[in-house]
Write a protein that binds this ligand. Structure first.
Ligand SMILES: [Zn+2]
Ligand SMILES: [Zn+2]
Length: 135
């Protein structure tokens, strides 16, 4: 897996590349629900490996975290918590997910009561106990 992971926003104004991505988590927290309407699918890139080109609007969404959106089309692409070494990349923006697996669901305690989580993937009420990969 030496190929870099690449991706872009909906309109193409923002592109990015990273040499490394963690596996994928589905995050059901309230932030993700409000930003997208449901839950997100994201993989983590080491902050220093993520190269972003184009106009990204970083919005403070809590005291510690911000979300990155294309300035032109509004596409939600990144989520970052200041004190974490990884930036979450929303997998819908990726050109490919070769070699990545979905690890499970996190922050299920915030999940809306109007949908069910189906399938056999592990579910965590908050962060997974081990493995520090936050979506
Ligand atoms: Zn765009
Ligand atoms: Zn979330």
């Amino acid at each position: 897996m030496s190929n870099p992971y690449t991706g872009s926003c909906l309109c193409g104004a923002v592109t990015f590349e990273t040499a490394e991505l963690s596996d994928i988590w589905y995050c059901h927290c309230k932030q993700c629900q409000k930003l997208t309407g449901l839950y997100i699918s994201a993989a983590g890139s080491p902050r220093d490996k993520l190269v972003i080109n184009g106009p990204v609007n970083w919005l403070p969404i809590s005291k510690k975290s911000e979300s990155g959106h294309c300035e032109k089309c509004g596409c939600y692409m990144f989520w970052s918590m200041h004190d974490r070494p990884n930036v979450s990349v929303l997998t819908g923006c990726l050109d490919h997910t070769n070699g990545l697996q979905v690890k499970g669901h996190i922050f299920t305690e915030d999940k809306g009561d109007y949908y069910e989580i189906t399938g056999g993937l592990p579910q965590h009420e908050g962060y997974p106990a081990e493995g520090t990969r936050k979506t």
